[in-house]
Write a protein of this length. Structure first.
Length: 182
């Protein structure tokens, strides 16, 4: 939508954590409501309801637009939208944004020092699905385990193993749920 801007495009209108998307991090997407963002039905809906910053601020949330929205993922997982929205409401947007920025910094570290070229989606999905405290613990163990690991391949394998173990403990799977081809 022309001229539409959001104060914090890293946490989208619908509840996606755009700041943890590798498309956003790679400069291929401006985030929700950023300059050059493709219009979506939720942006138009927001405009019709007083240009709300987040869908959950609407008295009709969650509406029928969310009926099947979380079944499948795009470039980023949709699995935690309701959980993340609930957390943002509970702790407040400023605190939520602070946590998101910390997760973004951790994702940057993972991509810079632990990515063998095949782990971007796994890392992004893990940072979205895991609790921040669990991520901090994983990073501490990862730093300790990989002190002597000279190759990126070894560091990437260690990072993937620790993140997958944390996800399994939580009952999460670090794979995007793609819509079946019809």
């Amino acid at each position: 939508m022309k001229g539409y801007q959001r104060q914090f495009p890293l946490f989208s209108l619908c509840g996606l954590n755009c700041g943890l998307c590798t498309m956003y991090m790679g400069g291929h997407c401006p985030g929700c409501g950023g300059e050059g963002h493709r219009p979506c039905a939720l942006l138009r809906c927001s405009a019709q309801h007083g240009a709300l910053e987040y869908c959950f601020q609407c008295s009709q949330y969650p509406c029928e637009r969310y009926d099947h929205f979380m079944e499948y993922d795009s470039f980023i997982t949709h699995q935690n939208i309701q959980k993340d929205v609930a957390l943002a409401r509970r702790i407040g947007l400023t605190s939520y944004q602070s946590q998101l920025k910390e997760k973004m910094a951790i994702l940057s570290t993972l991509l810079e020092h632990y990515n063998d070229g095949r782990r971007k989606t796994l890392f992004s999905t893990a940072l979205i699905l895991l609790e921040l405290e669990e991520i901090r613990q994983v990073m501490a163990r990862l730093t300790e385990q990989t002190k002597a690991a000279p190759s990126v391949k070894e560091r990437a394998a260690a990072a993937a193993a620790l993140l997958e173990a944390a996800a399994k403990k939580q009952g999460a799977e670090l794979k995007l749920k793609k819509k079946p081809k019809s």
